[in-house]
Design a protein around this ligand. Structure first.
Ligand code: C2E
Ligand code: CA
Ligand code: CA
Length: 268
């Protein structure tokens, strides 16, 4: 009970921070899109990563409040930039599967988007592929509704669960995020690469964009570029950053015409 009270208090006191991890577009080299990732900043100034508290929020059914808190902060960020005449690109937010099944979920997100007057296609909702297995018909309906309200949809952590190819065929998603487990050290490296290339080829043909997550080396970047992956999110380019640091990057990205990164490795 006391943890629960503390969590509610923390939400009211706005002890949660929203970090932004830029995604680098491999065609343009620009890092103007980002994923919003929550952090808990305690009274003592400690920054606690989400893995430590999200499971507790999920158990206590507070995850919807937390997800919406993050979503509002992202809308406020975009709205502030638009009001100031600054350019802005799509920002993605995570939505817990628990919240996805609330009957008022789409309406709640639509209302917030409208309240902040956010234009279409600047907000992307990340859902984990595990949601798909609960109820495909419901998923299809919810994704279609979200899309009709101007949201982009991505499937997060693709390849961790029992990935369903019919999901790609039947659900009108915009982006597929290939899970970082594909890019960790593995004795099956060659096979991993064959699978990654195959997935990217397949979804490109379905007009679904691809983001590779957890990319830490130049070799991985060169490989992903060679197989036409669209975007990269990983420590090789950027860690999740506080808002002011992210804005510094945006300033740089939007003022320099040259791509932020050039790839010097031979593309194999
Ligand atoms: P996720 O959605 O898969 O987010 C990506 C995680 O991978 C982030 O961890 C990010 O910091 C980390 N990451 C990115 N690039 C690299 C890399 O190159 N190497 C390594 N080792 N890690 C990398 P983070 O921020 O700790 O978030 C962990 C998870 O917590 C997220 O995984 C997501 O499932 C959840 N989460 C974060 N924010 C929210 C939120 O607002 N709502 C909900 N429901 N879940 C959230
Ligand atoms: Ca995510
Ligand atoms: Ca992920």
């Amino acid at each position: 009970k006391s943890i629960e009270n503390r969590m509610l208090k923390s939400l009211e006191n706005e002890e949660f921070l929203v970090y932004f991890q830029p995604k680098v577009d491999l065609q343009t080299g620009l890092a103007t899109q980002a994923e919003a990732l929550v952090r808990w900043q305690t009274d003592e100034g400690l920054i606690i990563p989400p893995d430590k508290f999200i499971p507790i929020f999920e158990k206590k059914y507070l995850i919807s409040s937390l997800d919406q808190y993050v979503f509002k902060k992202v809308c406020a960020f975009i709205s502030r930039r638009l009001d100031a005449g600054l350019p802005v690109n799509t920002i993605s937010v995570n939505v817990s599967r628990l919240q996805f099944y609330n009957s008022d979920f789409v309406k709640t997100y639509e209302d917030i988007k409208n309240k902040f007057r956010i234009p279409d296609h600047l907000l992307e909702i990340e859902i984990t592929e595990s949601i798909a297995f609960d109820n495909v018909t419901f998923l299809e309906k919810t994704v279609s509704e979200l899309k009709s309200k101007g949201f982009l949809i991505s499937i997060d952590d693709f390849g961790t669960g029992f990935s369903s190819l019919s999901l790609l065929k039947n659900i009108p998603i915009d982006v597929l995020k290939i899970d970082q487990s594909f890019f960790r050290e593995s004795i099956h490296k060659e096979k991993d690469n064959i699978v990654i290339k195959g997935i990217i080829d397949l979804v490109n043909k379905l007009s679904i964009r691809t983001v590779a997550e957890g990319i830490e080396t130049a070799e991985q970047v060169a490989f992903l570029k060679s197989v036409n992956c669209n975007m990269i999110q990983g420590y090789f380019f950027y860690k999740p950053l506080p808002e002011d640091k992210f804005e510094e990057i945006l300033k740089k990205e939007y003022t320099t015409k040259a791509p932020a990164f050039t790839f010097t490795l031979s593309e194999t």
